[in-house]
Design a protein around this ligand. Structure first.
Ligand SMILES: Cc1cc2nc3c(=O)[nH]c(=O)nc-3n(C[C@H](O)[C@H](O)[C@H](O)COP(=O)(O)OP(=O)(O)OC[C@H]3O[C@@H](n4cnc5c(N)ncnc54)[C@H](O)[C@@H]3O)c2cc1C
Length: 287
């Protein structure tokens, strides 16, 4: 953000975010446009020094309480693919409506839809240059994929620690369930998975700090960590028995939260597509 914002955008939008005075959200997805992100229809049409925005965004994290959104809009539909630009949109402008009528399975009511009906704002609100939005969005998503990983690891680690404690306390057939090899093997698989995730995250983060190309590695990290951490949560539910499937128990809540990470910032299938595209690039160049 800081690299691409103009001095005026920094002052009006990003510095207040850094000071904790404003909040923002990133709006790409539309009801008909998910994984196929280039198929968005929300348009920002130039009218003199202004832009006029029409369309709508769906399932946007933080939208219900954001002051402004970074909205991906088609600014020229005549090219193939259409030119997409990132536009900074204050969410209190006339013509903007934010709704949040659905609750994701995590139970956290933080996602919403944003509707734009002839929303007029200065053309100077284009962020990162006209037509550069898709490229900027994708490079942000690479880092974001990696940044979700420590959250997943933290959630899964808590579920593992809870399982370890429960296995020591819960008694069946005259002793703690931790003495059953079946329980020990689940705990061992959980510990091994968490160690693999931690190692992978730390290594990928070091590569990110060194400025490496993250396309394949961030996708691999998000894919692996989201799938392994969900398996850890599943085992945690199993070890906790009926306690683990009871609404409101931390392990049950963690299971639902971790399930969602396999969908957002690119589904597991899209991560596999990205990895495959990158590893097959040399073959295609030689073909
Ligand atoms: C909790 C949550 C928060 C979100 N926050 C935001 C946000 O802040 N901003 C934002 O812009 N979006 C956000 N999203 C939207 C999210 O990015 C999309 O849900 C995601 O990209 C997948 O799109 P979709 O749900 O429309 O699924 P679809 O794209 O319709 O996919 C449906 C199924 O088809 C598969 N599929 C699709 N294309 C392919 C393909 N080429 N190859 C193989 N399989 C394929 C998918 O993997 C999936 O299994 C959020 C979503 C959730 C659930």
């Amino acid at each position: 953000m800081l690299k691409y914002a103009t001095p005026a955008q920094l002052k009006q939008y990003f510095e207040p975010v850094i000071r904790g005075e404003k909040s923002t959200c990133f709006a790409l997805t539309e009801t008909h446009s998910g994984s196929d992100a280039q198929s968005i229809k929300t348009s920002a049409i130039a009218d003199g020094d202004d832009l006029v925005i029409n369309g709508g965004k769906h399932y946007i994290s933080g939208a219900p309480f954001a002051d402004f959104a970074i909205v991906m809009c088609v600014t020229d539909a005549s090219t193939t693919p259409p030119a997409i630009s990132a536009v900074l949109v204050d969410l209190d402008l006339p013509g903007v409506t934010v709704t949040n009528e659905y609750v994701p399975m995590s139970g956290q009511h933080i996602d919403g839809d944003i509707h734009f009906d002839n929303v007029r704002l200065p053309r100077a609100n284009i962020f990162g240059g006209e037509g550069n939005g898709f490229k900027l969005g994708m490079s942000r998503i690479n880092v974001n994929r990696l940044l979700h990983c420590p959250t997943m690891l933290g959630l899964a680690t808590r579920a593992y620690e809870s399982s370890l404690e429960y296995a020591g306390q819960r008694r069946q057939f005259g002793g703690p369930i931790a003495r059953f090899q079946a329980i020990q093997h689940m705990l061992a698989d959980m510990a091994a998975a968490l160690w693999a995730c931690e190692s992978m995250i730390t290594h990928t983060a070091a590569l990110a700090d060194a400025g490496a190309d993250l396309r394949m590695k961030a996708a691999a990290c998000k894919l692996f960590v989201s799938e392994r951490c969900f398996e850890v949560a599943d085992k945690a539910v199993q070890i906790h028995g009926n306690v683990g499937v009871t609404r409101g128990h931390p392990v049950e809540q963690t299971f639902r939260k971790l399930r969602m990470f396999r969908i957002f910032t690119g589904t597991s299938e899209i991560q596999r597509n990205t990895i495959a595209r990158t590893i097959l690039e040399p073959l295609q160049q030689n073909a």
